[in-house]
Write a protein that binds this ligand. Structure first.
Ligand code: ADP
Length: 500
């Protein structure tokens, strides 16, 4: 019998799916990653094929083991972290999804949100869930999916299960045995009551979602089930599930009030731990950071405040796949550095509406200030600057909610590879930006959580200490002027309230 010396993290993001094998020192031993197909059936809509996600998970698990030269028997535990809010319905007898999953960025349910707001439901939803009524969250998407399924002639829901991507993948990992989610993912559905930590009956009724479809809500760090033996030939305990942003928060060691991080992936997410209290702040979301079972059997729940920005790295994907202005994401840095400024061009990254701090589902993307002198380099630079300016807006909102202004930004996520973006971010904020060596903090957080919950590791802070800083970007005086930011804010104001 081989010794179990590794933890496997499954990091199922919006752009792609990844599996990473971590050794006892918290170092990466091997990994596998592939991008996921994005389906855009209509403007403002975005779907994922859940069957493809599951196939990719199976591939990534196998490929990461091969890449690391590690046998499945050597994996002590699995940690799962996923893109949040994206949800689906599936048939528990056939194991097949009943429709493509609706992705968090999808705006199709904005009219339902508008109707609920007009009916005065926004305050009730915010009070119960800590979330701002928006098409971003799962509740209206599940309502839409249930309608679509009924239109397919499926009226008997006794075989139907609902869930976010973690529930779907957990159900498959356990061979259809376990239908569950964790508090951090559940808190993003707009159906979880922050006070009781359970599905809220009034909200399930409001969104017409039968409670019988919903997964069981469990602590983030706990044994969710065991990997079905047919998948890798051995049973492995699944010991943690976290939303991707909460997993990154965990990896950064942000386990108490005053500590925060910003992840630059498909979107950008500034998340601050708020301890054992639900803290509320204007235009920011109150949400669950994570939960765990204490020795006495009770469950401890920690909370966070979040500024959710829908489109950041997604703009880079769009420059590559939509506009074909760049061949790969890294080229955006080289192009931006070829010009001293954007030549007056500004970009509004509202490709999926605007999240924090605007919460405008009807905003749409825009290039402004174009003249005949505008070149590819200027457009690309304007996109990168806009990613940083969006984070500046959210940092400003967080600063106005807290007496202690943010003094250092700890970052992670794929777009942090971009040195131009990181330096511009530091310049625009006027504070240092600290980039770690391992940018996959999301996967790292899931691995740390699974390893701690299984007894593979014992000391959370010692684990966090193993993370190394790659580079600190120091702010340069007057590199980004207040006029430049103000001009960008003006562009944003013009792109708002567009589709109504
Ligand atoms: P997610 O978890 O949301 O899938 P990741 O953290 O894996 O996201 O990051 C992927 C995103 O990072 C993509 O949108 C990609 O375009 C962006 N990205 C990767 N490298 C760079 C780069 N050098 N410059 C800018 N963006 C980048």
């Amino acid at each position: 019998m081989r010794q179990s010396d590794y933890i496997m993290a499954l990091d199922l993001g919006t752009t792609g799916n990844r599996a990473i094998i971590f050794d006892r020192n918290g170092q990466i031993k091997g990994q596998a990653y592939r991008e996921l197909t994005q389906h855009y059936p209509q403007p403002g809509w975005l779907e994922h094929d859940a069957a493809e996600i599951w196939r990719e998970v199976r591939w990534a698990m196998q490929a990461s083991l091969e890449n690391a030269a590690v046998a499945a028997e050597e994996i002590a535990a699995i940690g799962l972290t996923v893109q949040r809010e994206t949800c689906l319905l599936w048939d528990k007898t056939t194991g097949q999804p009943l429709h493509n999953a609706i992705v968090w960025q999808d705006r199709r349910t904005a009219p339902l949100c508008d109707r609920l707001r007009a009916a005065g439901k926004a305050d009730l939803i915010y009070d119960k869930t800590g979330l701002i009524l928006d098409a971003y969250f799962s509740a209206t998407k599940l309502n839409w999916l249930l309608d679509a399924v009924k239109q397919q002639g499926i009226n008997d829901l006794s075989n139907v299960l609902a869930g976010t991507i973690d529930s779907w993948v957990l159900w498959n990992l356990t061979g259809g045995q376990v239908h569950a989610t964790d508090h951090s993912n559940a808190s993003r559905t707009m159906l979880l009551n922050l006070a009781t930590h359970q599905w809220d009956k009034d909200l399930l009724d409001l969104f017409e979602i039968p409670a019988s479809l919903m997964p069981k809500v469990c602590p983030s760090l706990s044994e969710f089930g065991r990997l079905d033996e047919s998948i890798l030939g051995v049973e492995i305990p699944i010991m943690a599930i976290l939303g991707d942003q909460q997993a990154a928060l965990f990896a950064h060691g942000c386990d108490r009030p005053g500590l925060l991080k910003c992840t630059y992936g498909t979107g950008s997410f500034l998340v601050a731990h708020t301890g054992h209290e639900v803290v509320r702040a204007n235009q920011l979301l109150s949400t669950i950071a994570w939960s765990f079972q204490k020795v006495d059997g009770t469950v401890e729940v920690c909370y966070a405040l979040e500024g959710a920005i829908f489109t950041s790295g997604a703009c880079i994907q769009w420059l590559r796949d939509g506009l074909k202005l760049i061949q790969d994401a890294a080229e955006s840095e080289a192009l931006a550095c070829q010009v001293p400024d954007t030549d007056g061009v500004y970009f509004v990254p509202a490709l999926s509406g605007l999240g924090a701090p605007h919460w405008d589902m009807s905003a749409r993307g825009a290039f402004m200030g174009l003249t005949a002198g505008a070149q590819r380099e200027h457009l690309v630079r304007a996109v990168l600057e806009a990613i940083a300016f969006q984070v500046k807006e959210v940092v400003n909102a967080a600063n106005s909610a807290d007496a202690r202004p943010i003094a250092l930004l700890k970052v992670d996520g794929g777009a942090c590879n971009n040195n131009f973006l990181m330096q511009f971010q530091a310049d625009a904020l006027g504070i240092p930006v600290e980039r770690p060596e391992v940018l996959d903090a999301t996967a790292q957080g899931a691995a740390f959580a699974a390893g701690l919950a299984s007894g593979f590791w014992h000391d959370y802070h010692a684990l966090v200490e193993t993370r190394k800083v790659d580079k600190v970007f120091e702010p340069r005086a007057n590199a980004v002027t207040t006029e430049h930011f103000a001009r960008w804010e003006k562009a944003v104001s013009k792109a708002k309230d567009w589709t109504t």
